[in-house]
Design a protein around this ligand. Structure first.
Ligand code: 2AM
Length: 178
């Protein structure tokens, strides 16, 4: 079974703008813009029936479109940085959609997720990047702001790559409608 997760896609023009940030950090493996996404609920490897149940529960979600905005850069991993991400400005719509995705996972019999939801778009995975180099990179680039965009659908992705970072396949798409 492929690894599954639900996510919001990043519109192509915004993804292209984010590629301007792909410079100036040794040890960074930059994600290709077509693979940028904002994970709503990570599922991982599950059996076919659970996958179908999750996909079906996602299909029952009814929500209007909403706006979100990427907002500043950060890193995960503290002293041993492992990723650079773009953060997301607080959004009630996003929180509601995340909760609905959590509910769908519960309905499919999946266990609750241990970690808190920290919405982000991973831009690079890091290997042996120095914490001070990451800090300098973030100081230089971290203040960027992007235009808001409308979220009018979310998707169920699969990934066969155990390392993460794509390529991802859209298994199903779920429109948000007023
Ligand atoms: P990340 O980009 O911060 O690694 C596919 O792996 C997507 O699911 C990625 O966006 C990844 O976040 C996210 N994800 C959330 N929880 C995960 C987990 N426990 N293992 C792997 N990926 C996870």
């Amino acid at each position: 079974m492929p690894r599954l997760f639900s996510a919001i896609e990043i519109p192509r023009p915004l993804a292209e703008r984010l590629t301007l940030l792909r410079a100036g950090l040794t040890g960074a493996r930059w994600i290709d813009p077509e693979n940028y996404h904002l994970t709503l609920r990570f599922i991982g490897d599950v059996d076919g029936m659970t996958a179908r149940d999750f996909a079906e529960a996602l299909g029952a979600i009814e929500m209007p479109p909403f706006e979100i905005r990427l907002n500043g850069l950060g890193s995960f991993g503290g002293n041993k940085p492992r990723a650079i991400f773009a953060g997301v400005a607080p959004s009630e719509g996003l929180n509601a959609l995340r909760r609905a995705n959590d509910r769908a996972a519960r309905e499919a019999g999946l266990p609750a997720e241990g970690r808190n939801f920290m919405p982000h778009v991973t831009l690079a995975r890091l290997r042996n990047a120095r914490a001070d180099a990451v800090a300098a990179y973030l100081e230089h680039q971290g203040g960027v702001f992007a235009d808001p965009f409308i979220v009018n659908r979310f998707v169920l992705y699969s990934s066969r790559d155990s390392v993460g970072g794509g390529p991802y396949v859209v298994e199903a798409a779920y429109p948000l409608e007023d």
